[in-house]
Write a new protein. Structure first.
Length: 94
């Protein structure tokens, strides 16, 4: 099976960058939901996975574990930093 083009932290960073550029706040929960929507959109359009990490069904919605654990316990419910160093500056589709 071919590898996905990005990892989950890169997708999170692209989303965060859009929110930061627009001076909008984003919570980890909202970030998880948007990642899920973007993943689904990409899957429908390309018939390929956007990243390899599984998206789990938790009580409060879809969760990418690496993103959840990165933000767990950080700041007061607002994402203020990128999930990791950006590995690529190319846009996904926005």
């Amino acid at each position: 099976m071919e590898r996905a083009p990005l990892d989950a932290s890169q997708v999170a960073n692209h989303i965060l960058r859009k929110f930061f550029e627009g001076n909008m706040e984003i919570t980890p929960l909202k970030l998880q939901n948007i990642i899920y929507i973007v993943y689904g959109y990409y899957l429908i359009i390309t018939k390929k996975r956007l990243f390899d990490e599984p998206i789990l069904a938790w009580d409060l919605g879809p969760v990418v574990p690496s993103i959840y654990y990165f933000y767990k316990g950080k700041s007061n419910k607002i994402c203020a930093v990128y999930a990791c160093e950006l590995k690529s500056e190319r846009n996904i589709f926005f």
